[in-house]
Design a binder for this molecule. Structure first.
Ligand SMILES: N[C@@H](CCC(=O)N[C@@H](CS)C(=O)NCC(=O)O)C(=O)O
Length: 227
């Protein structure tokens, strides 16, 4: 099986980071095309070959299907590569992992809206609104629930690194990048993502490639990236 993975800007495209980690962390080969977020042509126009897909990440399979949603990509790769271990093998932990990935995929609108992923900068204080703090509290609740239910003792939510962790990698970047207040447990999880070699490789690409896009800039005091 071969795949063509189309991704957006390394520094700013949180969904693309998820799509890329689904391949990179589970050793699945693909060729990649990078979409330019600074191009006047929007994403849909740039990925016209993958129509009706209109967002990134999009994966084109060798049988010609454009999978244009990160959760669908996770499920399809898990089905096609059962040996890769995208979801935990234990049914109980797999249910937990899927629940967490799905909640991320459909939720946390305030956090996502106020704190867009930006791997080029970290802010010392982002004056979070109560709604954003409520999203952080919810993250802490479900992260703790996952760890407890799966008996996780290492860095990841459901035991070994799984697709659930993929979905929270950009969330970790937001919590760290906007200096959001969090518990010790959450901070340890966030730092595990920031230290992850795959995440670091992606961020390094984001520092090297692509334009700095002014519409992501926030007027908060800047600090060094936490790691
Ligand atoms: N539900 C989609 C969301 C993908 C998405 O919104 N991607 C953004 C980039 S991070 C995009 O392509 N935006 C371009 C547009 O909306 O025109 C997923 O899970 O992959």
């Amino acid at each position: 099986m071969s795949y063509h993975l189309i991704i957006g800007d390394y520094a700013y495209s949180s969904w693309s980071l998820r799509g890329w980690l689904l391949f990179e962390k589970f050793g699945i080969a693909r060729r990649e095309t990078l979409i330019d977020f600074s191009d006047e042509a929007g994403v849909a126009q740039q990925i016209a070959e993958a129509a009706p897909a209109k967002t990134v990440p999009t994966v084109i399979t060798d049988d010609g299907v454009a999978i244009s949603d990160s959760l669908a990509i996770a499920e399809e790769l898990a089905s096609r590569h059962p040996e890769a271990g995208l979801w935990p093998s234990d049914p109980k932990c797999r249910a937990v992992a899927r629940t967490l990935a799905a909640e991320m995929h459909s939720g946390f609108g305030d956090l996502r809206g106020d704190c867009p992923m930006n791997l080029r900068v970290a802010y010392a204080d982002s004056a979070p609104r109560d709604e954003v703090l409520a999203d952080v509290a919810r993250l802490e609740t479900i992260w703790a629930w996952a760890r407890e239910t799966c008996g996780a003792t290492g860095p990841w939510l459901c035991g070994d690194y799984s697709a659930a962790d993929v979905f929270y990698a950009p969330v970790a970047a937001r919590l760290a990048g906007y200096s959001l207040p969090m518990s010790e447990m959450a901070e340890a999880y966030v730092m595990a993502h920031l230290r992850d070699p795959a995440f670091q490789a992606w961020r390094a690409l984001g520092l090297e490639q692509g334009a700095t896009l002014p519409w992501y800039k926030k007027d908060y005091p800047v600090k060094d990236w936490p790691i």
